[in-house]
Design a protein around this ligand. Structure first.
Ligand code: GLC
Length: 480
């Protein structure tokens, strides 16, 4: 029998009656009970089936054109490019077979100007980064073109393993001249202009890459997830379940599907959205879209917490201790959109000191809040716990839905996960497992059946593996 959801007692806040009342109400709004979780999971599975059968559904369920499974014996040198999170990465991957590989990589930050300016500028910048990297690696004068796997982590409707159309931007990107276009062609043009010996042979979503990199040495991998700046998942589907497939006969009976589950329940049928979530959504650059992602991901969780805290400040329920202190003017930082980062939540949740001195430090160092009382700190820690727990439980719900959709066999299922929330956020994995076990109570030890694990460099190694699969598929076609 799974343990009950984490206790959400308000006893230890030890606040004023008004603070206690506010927290009680907040707990009700942010707690996803086992019942609610199960309703969300059922709805999620229904949406998966809809998306598999028809274009245009909220869960896009995009066929990736990556067919069949890996053997673990894939070998060769590949370039990989990773665009879609905070950084741009160029990676040289050597696949050595038997699930082994080596990588050398370089990283560059993408400025907000590049994220929101013309796509051509972004592609030129990427080409420059690749150029510098090739020179550093002594590869600039290659005779034969290097195959490049392009991890482009946005919703792309694929039409081939290296072709597709960008449907919409997510995660704070909004470059002009890209939606409706093929990101591969745009990049290849920029590479050609610089005469770089590189050919984009695969276009990969980061979730697909994560699945592949996990599968390289764990053959029972059925899914890959990103729980980081954004959230999404990919899994291996039977061709005969992809009712909308129009790509003709495939060489293998299975294909990886990029679910784009960040958009789940954009129509707001089942997710228990609060006014704090609505405020975030309304003020984001993509209102009414990526609703599930906005409840789960690193890009947004801190902002939800900030919305709660500023509301409490406006009601004079926080930072009221010292006389003459006006919290609203004392900390400009907390009044600014995105002013409370998800990494602060991680640090606060990690604080096990009895007087919450680390929480005080986070508030002081990052937000110039010096007068937080211990009660304030307890409240803030509890708010972080509530928002962080809700995120992990929803992520667990998506995982359970995928596993139940695919069916569990005696070998169980490996799920590769990448992303800062999963890797660094305290208790995220534990809370995710808790939700999965509530949804799959028939398994006494869920960790043996649904094995979550950190996938190694999904967007680098995964993209290289995808480029390798692309070459294999070309080969099969040319012999057919
Ligand atoms: C966003 C993108 C999706 C990506 C995810 C994780 O949801 O739309 O393609 O996989 O972020 O990076």
């Amino acid at each position: 029998m799974p343990a009950p959801p984490e206790a959400t007692t308000i006893k230890d806040i030890n606040g004023s009656p008004e603070q206690e009342a506010y927290m009680k109400c907040l707990i009700e709004q942010l707690t996803i009970t086992p019942d609610k979780l199960s309703r969300i999971c059922e709805h999620f599975k229904g949406e998966m089936t809809k998306g598999l059968n028809k274009e245009g559904h909220t869960l896009a369920m995009i066929p990736s054109y990556v067919e069949g499974r890996l053997t673990g014996e894939e070998k060769g040198n590949f370039l990989a490019l990773d665009l879609g999170g905070t950084n741009l990465r160029v990676v040289l991957v050597t696949l050595e077979g038997q699930g082994k590989f080596k990588t050398v990589s370089t990283k560059a930050r993408i400025s907000d100007t590049l994220k929101t300016g013309p796509m051509r500028d972004l592609c030129d910048y990427i080409a420059d980064c690749i150029d510098t990297f090739l020179t550093e690696q002594g590869l600039e004068d290659q005779e034969t073109e290097l195959p490049l796997g392009y991890t482009f982590s946005f919703p792309v409707l694929q039409s081939k393993i290296n072709r597709g159309t960008l449907l919409t931007w997510t995660k704070g990107f909004s470059c002009t001249g890209a939606v409706g276009k093929d990101p591969v062609i745009l990049l290849q043009d920029a590479l050609l202009k610089k005469h770089l010996p590189v050919k984009v042979t695969a276009l990969v979503n980061d979730t697909v890459g994560t699945l592949l990199s996990n599968a390289y040495n764990k053959p029972d991998t059925i899914a890959g997830l990103i729980l980081g700046t954004g959230s999404n998942g990919a899994y291996i589907e039977q061709m005969d379940k992809i009712g909308k497939w129009q790509g003709g006969k495939t060489a293998f009976p299975e294909m990886i599907i990029n679910m784009e589950f960040g958009a789940f329940d954009n129509e707001r049928v089942v997710l228990p959205l609060t006014r704090y979530d609505n405020k975030l959504d309304r003020e984001s650059i993509n209102p009414h879209s990526q609703i599930f992602e906005k409840l789960i991901s690193g890009m947004y969780l801190g902002e939800i917490v900030r919305n709660v805290l500023t509301d409490m400040m406006d009601r004079e329920l926080l930072f009221q201790r010292s006389e003459g202190f006006d919290a609203k003017t004392a900390s400009k930082e907390i009044s600014v959109q995105w002013g409370f980062e998800t990494s602060y939540m991680s640090n606060i949740e990690d604080d096990s000191t009895s007087n919450l001195s680390r929480t005080k430090e986070v508030l002081d160092t990052n937000l110039s809040i010096q007068n937080a009382s211990e009660t304030d700190c307890r409240i803030i820690k509890r708010v972080c716990e509530l928002v962080g727990t809700r995120a992990a439980r929803l992520a667990g719900c998506a995982i359970a839905a995928i596993v139940q959709h695919c069916g569990v066999n005696e070998k169980g299922a490996d799920i590769g996960i990448d992303g800062s929330l999963y890797e660094f956020y305290p208790s995220f994995e534990k809370r995710t497992y808790q939700a999965i076990s509530e949804l799959m109570p028939e398994y006494p030890d869920i960790t043996k059946v649904v094995r979550l694990g950190l996938a190694r460099d999904g967007s680098g190694v995964g993209a290289a593996l995808c480029a390798c699969v692309a070459a294999r598929m070309e080969d099969i076609k040319s012999k057919a």
